[in-house]
Design a protein around this ligand. Structure first.
Ligand SMILES: *[C@@H]1O[C@H](CO)[C@@H](O)[C@H](O)[C@H]1NC(C)=O
Ligand SMILES: *[C@@H]1O[C@H](CO)[C@@H](O)[C@H](O)[C@H]1NC(C)=O
Length: 330
């Protein structure tokens, strides 16, 4: 908010110094750069809202301090090319044949199928009210079966021992699609990730605090293996037997999906969907400003900082060896 005034003051200074220099000796250069170097205004903290705005509509993103925006962008590793297109009315159906091409997968992120778009609009129209999401869940309760030996380790992976699904099957399928796409494309940005109960199995579906925009914050590398040297943290029953190595790929464990952002009219959209890995490398702004100190070793961005969490979305392998992955919404 105060950025414009800094620009303004800086501009004033420039014009002052230009005028002044016509009748005063020029300022010594070191003094000039020391007192007025832009670095003094660059120490600005990024907020969760900045993060979402940079990925939002034009007016949203242009409201973010340019220095902050630049640093945030340097921490984005897009799994699907970022496509801040013009306001768009276009809506794509699903590809007709099975096995979508890369291009079709991208389009499913930019402009998801109709039921996802409806959910995205509902989230915003409700004023960011999680109950609007809850009403679309099938009331039928499904108990969460054992997942990869979790029960025998007394590990409960999900917030509740039972889950639900969306009434609309296409929404459940879309969630599966997101998990799969993260796994398929993670390696393209350096994120080696597997769908299992120690690594990627959940995300938090939220409605953004200021805009109501629908999103999911996925957490990969959930239970790194205990290691005296590199990860001396006991995380309880669910960590036992973990084969997740704690190394630099922890920096990439926060993965953000954002639904397209609806515009004011019934048909318009002001930003396409986004799928991005948020790089929390220690010298970046995400680590510095968006990861709470007490979990910095785990590189966790908290979903509650981004929005009101409506549900957790779990994708669990409840089959035997073969792999039978199912969605449980808790
Ligand atoms: C870890 O174990 C899971 C099964 O529990 C397996 O799917 C995965 O490939 C393993 N990952 C590594 C890196 O060995
Ligand atoms: C982290 O460890 C995993 C498993 O050993 C390995 O596949 C991966 O390449 C490592 N990643 C980095 C960034 O070191």
């Amino acid at each position: 908010m105060s950025y414009p005034s800094i620009t303004f003051r800086f501009a004033l200074f420039l014009s002052f110094s230009l005028t002044a220099s016509s009748w005063l000796p020029p300022l010594p250069l070191p003094l000039f750069s020391k007192r007025y170097a832009p670095s003094s205004s660059a120490i600005r903290k990024a907020t969760p809202s900045d993060l979402l705005s940079v990925l939002g509509s034009k007016p949203q993103s242009s409201g973010v301090n340019p220095g902050v925006a630049r640093q945030l962008k340097s921490c984005f590793k897009f799994l699907v090319p970022f496509s801040p297109v013009q306001p768009c009315h276009r809506k794509l159906g699903r590809p007709k044949h099975s096995g979508p091409t890369q291009r079709e997968e991208n389009e499913l992120i930019w402009w998801p199928p109709e039921p996802v778009l409806e959910l995205a609009r509902l989230a915003v129209d409700s004023g960011g009210e999680p109950a609007a999401i809850h009403r679309l869940l099938d009331p039928a309760i499904i108990s969460v079966p054992d997942c990869e030996g979790s029960k025998e380790n007394r590990c409960q992976l999900t917030r509740t021992p039972y889950g639900r699904r969306f009434i609309c099957q296409e929404l459940n399928l879309y969630l599966q699609f997101l998990f799969q796409l993260i796994v398929d494309r993670g390696p393209s940005v350096g994120l080696d990730v597997t769908l299992n109960r120690f690594d990627l199995f959940h995300g938090h579906l939220f409605l953004a605090l200021d805009s109501g925009r629908l999103g999911i914050l996925f957490h990969a590398k959930e239970y790194p293996a205990y290691d005296k040297q590199v990860f001396p943290y006991n995380m309880g029953y669910c960590q036992r037997g973990s084969n997740v190595t704690y190394n630099d790929s922890m920096n990439l464990r926060n993965i953000l999906w954002l639904a397209p952002m609806p515009g004011d009219s019934d048909e318009s959209w002001v930003a396409p969907g986004v799928l991005v890995v948020l790089d929390a490398r220690p010298d970046g702004i995400i680590y510095r400003d968006l990861i709470p100190d007490y979990v910095n070793f785990a590189r966790t961005i908290y979903e509650d900082d981004l929005g009101d969490v409506a549900v957790d979305v779990n994708y669990l392998n409840v089959g035997s060896e073969t792999g039978n992955y199912q969605i449980f919404i808790c």
